[in-house]
Design a protein around this ligand. Structure first.
Ligand code: HEC
Length: 152
């Protein structure tokens, strides 16, 4: 199995039970999900914890953010230190939820897509890897990764 294949199995097998609806097509505009997935605003601190967590987000396995307190940061995916300068909250949301909608065949795992998943253990079929609130937390964290450092 390829390294990415192994990672995908790790990610899927480590996910907890979440209840999550499918992404509705009418929430996607261009390459963004413009509306938040939840009514509760994302929490930046929890987003950072999820990003670093090797049990939940796994983002750190493939991505790097300068200044983050984490021993090992991967480089399979792009450096996200200044991702807030490149992508809006809506664009981040779609990329975390389901990068396949941006670029079919992308290596980036789909964290909030519950249809068409391959290699899903039976216990997890019908569930997304991250909950809607966890996606919002990570979006809140990443949208603030900007050169200016503020959240303007
Ligand atoms: C298995 C490796 C892997 C993991 C784990 C992973 N990513 Fe990615 N990510 C990628 C790759 C590779 C890309 C580039 C697009 C592609 O080719 O798939 C990417 C692209 C992105 C982008 C777009 C960056 C840009 O500059 O356009 C964002 C945002 C992102 N990932 C966030 C996350 C978050 C948040 C997590 C954790 C919830 C995560 N990624 C987990 C591999 C990964």
């Amino acid at each position: 199995m390829s390294r990415v294949g192994i990672l995908a199995v790790l990610i899927i097998s480590a996910c907890g039970a979440q209840e999550a609806p499918l992404i509705r097509a009418n929430t996607i505009l261009g390459d963004a999900i413009t509306q938040p997935l939840t009514e509760t605003a994302g929490d930046t601190i929890r987003g950072e914890q999820l990003f670093v967590s090797r049990n939940e987000g796994h983002c750190i396995l493939c991505h790097q953010v300068d200044g983050l307190d984490a021993e090992f940061q991967g480089d399979v995916g792009p450096d996200l230190t200044l991702v807030g300068d490149r992508l809006s909250a809506g664009q981040l949301r779609l990329r975390i939820a389901d990068y396949q909608l941006v670029q079919p065949g992308a290596l980036m795992p789909s964290y909030y897509r519950i249809h068409d998943l391959h290699q899903v253990g039976e216990a997890y079929s019908g569930e997304s890897v991250l909950s809607a609130q966890q996606v919002e937390d990570i979006v809140a964290y990443l949208v603030e990764r900007r050169a200016s450092g503020d959240d303007a």
